[in-house]
Design a protein around this ligand. Structure first.
Ligand code: C5P
Length: 405
């Protein structure tokens, strides 16, 4: 999504300017073309050379140079997005008031591209009515604001005003650039492997990391969906996603069942245990009591239950981890569980499946329009899954009788 996008990275003069270096690096790593613009204040906090070394073009700082008489219009008109990170109280006031006294403020006035600002300042300044009024005005004008977090501030103070984490800033940039093609849809995603207790300290688990499910939730939120993520994984919660933490298959079933009726799309990416200890011990099982006998019982099949109760306008996506006959097994699972799509991967293939940051899948569909997704990041796989979901919703709506649409 960021590949090839021209992003002007404006850095204004706050102590958090050093964190913009990490943001710059992440944007470049994601394929963006980053042009850093530092205010005079920013240069008191960070070295321009660092940005020049990491960004796609050298730092620009001045409206006045020998080469380009109008750098602000070139920057503003050429940008796909202008990001201000950190944004000081003064920068927000300048933008709200339409003042242009340096290269960054002039560029902000000379652009029609989306603008993302990341305020960072001391709590007293952040909470000042003047700052809040300026922000409210900017939001009304369509500026995207990445709110600061609570935490340690310069000088040892603690409170609201700390610059948002680099991954939050990058997610906001992606969201501002994304086509909101899932807006209006409520999406429910499950992630991670369930843990079925043997006793209070031991469990039966599996190797699922939850990374693919979290990437799916992030992708759906970025594309404008209202997303709930039911997860067993302790991974960071993607921006804008409501999270429900669970542990066992029974807890996951309860959380999913409660929310299923309201969902337009349900993606069961979790690796749910098929069996659980029938009678978990209340006390820790003692080693000196000998090798225990574990009697197992089946867990509820959440996906099959959702498939049986599915509305025609709902899209149900299952996941299948296979070690052989991937496509055929996925088609069999699709039919047996009443799903619309099954995302299947060969967990034995190099770079695919559990714990990796990459995945390689085949998406099989009830309308027969199967698709091989080449090895790529889990976010890229998530993108392909939601593209397929949208496409499937169009083809299945076309086939449904008019009165059921
Ligand atoms: O049958 P199998 O476990 O291979 O199916 C995998 C798919 O079914 C996944 O989408 C998984 O989330 C879902 N599943 C479930 N409840 C279970 C087992 C699997 O929803 N008890």
């Amino acid at each position: 999504m960021l590949a090839g996008k021209r992003i002007v990275l404006g850095v204004s003069g706050g102590i958090a300017a050093y964190k913009a270096i990490e943001v710059c690096r992440r944007l470049v790593d994601a394929g963006a073309h980053v042009i850093p613009v530092l205010t005079e204040g920013a240069r008191h906090f960070v070295g321009a050379t660092t940005f020049s070394a990491l960004a796609s073009e050298p730092v620009q700082t001045s409206l006045w140079n020998e080469v380009d008489p109008i750098p602000h219009t070139r920057l503003g008109q050429g940008a796909d997005l202008v990001l201000v990170c950190p944004a000081t109280a003064r920068l927000l006031a300048d933008l709200a008031g339409g003042r242009s006294h340096d290269l960054l403020t002039a560029t902000l006035l000379a652009t029609r591209a989306p603008v993302v600002v990341c305020p960072a300042m001391h709590t007293e300044m952040w909470e000042h009515p003047a700052v809040q009024d300026n922000l409210a005005l900017l939001v009304r004008r369509g500026v995207h604001v990445v709110p600061p977090e609570e935490g340690r501030l310069a000088g040892g103070d603690v409170g609201a005003g700390r610059l948002a984490a680099p991954e939050t800033v990058v997610a906001a940039v992606e969201a501002a650039l994304a086509e909101p093609d899932l807006s209006g849809l409520t999406v429910l995603v499950t992630a991670g492997g369930t843990r079925e207790p043997i006793d209070p300290v031991r469990f039966l688990g599996n190797r699922s990391s939850g990374k693919q499910g979290h990437a799916l939730a992030a992708e759906a939120a970025t594309r404008g969906a209202k997303v709930t993520l039911v997860t067993t994984a302790g991974l960071p919660v993607p921006a804008g996603v409501e999270v429900v933490r669970v542990d066992t298959a029974a807890q996951m079933e309860a959380a999913v069942t409660e929310r299923a009726a309201a969902a337009d799309v349900i993606v069961m990416a979790a690796a749910v245990a098929d069996f659980r200890p029938a009678a978990p011990a209340v006390e820790k099982i003692k080693k000196h009591h000998g090798v225990p006998e574990l009697r197992l019982e089946p867990t509820p099949d959440i996906l099959a239950g959702l498939g049986a109760a599915k509305r025609p306008d709902q899209t149900l996506v299952g996941f299948a981890a296979e070690t052989s006959d991937v496509r055929a097994s996925a088609h069999e699972k699709l039919a047996r569980k009443g799903a619309d799509l099954v995302v299947a991967n060969d967990v034995g293939a190099p770079g695919a499946g559990f714990e990796h940051d990459t995945n390689q899948v085949v998406i099989v569909r009830s309308d027969g329009l199967d698709e091989d997704v080449p090895l790529g990041g889990k976010r890229a796989v998530a993108r392909a899954v939601f593209d397929a979901v949208l496409d499937h919703r169009v083809t299945s709506a076309d086939r449904r009788p008019r009165d059921s649409i």
